[in-house]
Design a protein around this ligand. Structure first.
Ligand code: CO
Length: 220
């Protein structure tokens, strides 16, 4: 109980500190939020979006789940993406993975963990897809780190395969999808240089309409 009352105390101190710098900070935020970034990250307690970006409340719209997955039947994640893209009109979607991700490591093993096995099955599919490449790496940590990066790459493409993102590009909306990785050992972010910002970068199989690409090309 002492811990919880301490949290309320820390919350009051935090709010006071922000108000000292900007007395109207919370009043302004209460009216509207205008974040330019949607962050899709892992639930891991070591990877808090706002803190590691040095951003205040109102600056980043956040979705987190185990191992930062974007699954095309997950209405929770898809609803967040839709609201962020269509209502908030964010300019960037950042899928941020992290090294030493428990979800990724679990997916590379064979231990039964319960319900979550069904969630991390999605990561097993990635492991199987890149099995030769990943298993060619001898060092266990390096192998896991590489899988964490591949997982980000796959989730970036999953974001881009949604009708939400493809329709935004078709409308001419400015929107870039980035893949980043965070190192829990030093607190630093790294851009994996896999940014996708137009329909032309999407393989035809995953296009929701090939007509849209044709008309997007024409309008250039
Ligand atoms: Co994780």
């Amino acid at each position: 109980m002492r811990l919880l009352s301490q949290l309320f105390e820390q919350n009051r101190e935090w709010a006071e500190k922000i108000k000292e710098e900007d007395p109207h900070f919370f009043e302004k935020l209460a009216v509207q939020q205008t974040p330019e970034i949607l962050w899709i990250g892992c639930s891991d307690s070591r990877v808090p979006a706002n803190e590691l970006l040095g951003l205040l409340p109102g600056d980043v719209f956040v979705h987190r789940n185990v191992a930062n997955l974007v699954i095309h039947t997950d209405f929770n994640c898809l609803s967040v993406i839709q609201y962020a893209v269509e209502v908030l009109k964010v300019k960037h979607i950042i899928v941020c993975g992290h090294y030493r991700c428990g979800g990724v490591i679990a997916a590379m093993g064979n231990q039964e963990l319960g319900l979550i096995d069904n969630w991390i099955r999605n990561i097993k599919d990635i492991y199987y897809k890149y099995l030769n490449e990943v298993d060619a790496i001898e060092d266990e940590h390096e192998k896991q780190d590489y899988m964490c990066e591949l997982n980000v790459l796959e989730q970036v493409t999953n974001v881009c395969y949604t009708t939400i993102v493809q329709n935004a590009w078709h409308r001419g909306q400015e929107l870039a999808v980035h893949g980043w990785i965070y190192d829990v050992k030093d607190g630093l972010l790294q851009d994996l240089d896999i940014t996708i910002d137009k329909l032309e970068q999407i393989p035809e199989v995953y296009l929701s309409s090939t007509k849209k690409v044709a008309s997007a090309r024409q309008s250039k």
